[in-house]
Design a protein around this ligand. Structure first.
Ligand SMILES: *[C@@H]1O[C@H](CO)[C@@H](O)[C@H](O)[C@H]1NC(C)=O
Ligand SMILES: *[C@@H]1O[C@H](CO)[C@@H](O)[C@H](O)[C@H]1NC(C)=O
Ligand SMILES: CC(=O)N[C@H]1CO[C@H](CO)[C@@H](O)[C@@H]1O
Length: 326
């Protein structure tokens, strides 16, 4: 693929961008939220269903996973690129599921589309964890992919599969995948009971793998995910493990998951480390919530679970230094 085609696309987008800036004036948040859910259909990878609303999108990446003898069709492309990064994809699925659990009753006709989006993510995450002791971390060589901007229907860059396992673990991607699958099981609990049970059972297995074989996936699959979606820092996966346990407690009510949250929450690193302008920088994580920092999300989720309990509260605490007054 020559750079000429890429340049033309960029120019076209720049022009479109200028036209659009002109139109931003009305503030129809309902419409914006509907389009946020529609966006997930535009990002779909694999074989598209007949009720696909963005009809200019076609089937793509139909051999994903074949390099490892796996079926990894489906899921979502990351952003403007055609890589499937499982870590942020799982986090998006968790958040879609949490939104439907809390606010689905207010979503009107978009509820069904939101459910379809969760199912599209959950189905792929089930495939990603189909082999015991392995969790898919990404599909598509990111360097080759980022070097040329092609539409997924035409792409000819290597669709390498990156997988973590027992000797090359990845607790952040595995625990977030467990969280996403657990949260999705709650969404489908009454309408699709058997699917929901399948999801709960898988979430438990994946969480156990994440906890038992600890490590950062950047040390296992390296350039398959880094520097794009690395979770930097030592024990940077601890927040995903606690977040995963909190979701499993919400879904199963099993005491061992609550104990896990309670016993491990004080071990959370209090800083997130990021790559900013080519340099690693530390920031406080207490009030943050995003794909690589779960602290504030853990507190909101856990507060709903322990509201009426009298035992010690399993919250992430702001770091307070006690000083002895002279
Ligand atoms: C885990 O993955 C690594 C690297 O991909 C591979 O070399 C190793 O053999 C795998 N281990 C197991 C137990 O599958
Ligand atoms: C806490 O107690 C209130 C009042 O009895 C109840 O409505 C609410 O559902 C309880 N919350 C939880 C998380 O158990
Ligand atoms: C690292 C760590 O402290 N892990 C502990 C988390 O909590 C469980 C009990 O719920 C312990 O078994 C782990 O050792």
């Amino acid at each position: 693929m020559g750079s000429g085609k890429c340049m033309t696309l960029l120019t076209l987008l720049a022009v479109l961008g200028m036209v659009m800036v002109d139109k931003v004036g009305s503030q129809n948040y309902g419409d914006a939220l509907s389009k946020c859910i529609l966006l997930f259909e535009g990002q779909r990878s694999g074989k598209l269903p007949s009720n696909q609303r963005m009809i200019w999108r076609k089937d793509s990446a139909l051999r994903d996973g074949s390099d490892l003898g796996m079926d990894l069709l489906g899921g979502y492309y990351d952003a403007g690129d055609n890589v499937k990064f499982n870590f942020p994809m799982a986090f998006s699925t968790t958040m879609l599921a949490w939104s439907v659990i809390e606010l689905g009753q207010f979503m009107g006709p978009d509820l069904q589309h939101a459910l379809d989006s969760i199912r599209w993510g959950a189905d792929y995450l089930l495939k990603s964890t189909d082999l015991p002791g392995k969790v898919t971390a990404a599909v598509g060589n990111p360097i080759a992919d980022h070097n040329c901007w092609e539409r997924p229907e035409d792409m000819d860059t290597p669709r390498t599969s990156y997988v973590v396992n027992q000797t090359h673990p990845g607790s952040e991607v595995s625990a977030e995948t467990a969280a996403a699958i657990a949260a999705s099981s709650l969404v489908f609990k009454s309408a699709q009971h058997r699917y929901s049970i399948q999801l709960v059972n898988r979430a438990k297995e994946v969480f156990e793998f994440a906890d038992k074989f600890r490590g950062n996936y950047k040390d296992s699959v390296g350039q398959g995910v880094c520097p794009f979606y690395c979770d930097w820092g030592s024990y940077s996966y601890m927040d995903e493990l606690i977040w995963g346990a909190a979701w499993l407690f919400k879904v199963t009510k099993e005491q061992k998951y609550r104990d896990y949250v309670q016993n491990n929450i004080s071990n959370l690193p209090r800083r997130v480390i990021r790559l900013l302008n080519g340099e690693l920088q530390a920031a406080k994580s207490f009030a943050e919530f995003g794909w690589d920092a779960k602290d504030a999300g853990i507190n909101v989720l856990v507060s709903g679970l322990v509201m009426n309990s009298t035992s010690a509260e399993p919250y992430v605490r702001r770091q307070v230094r006690l000083q002895r007054l002279a």
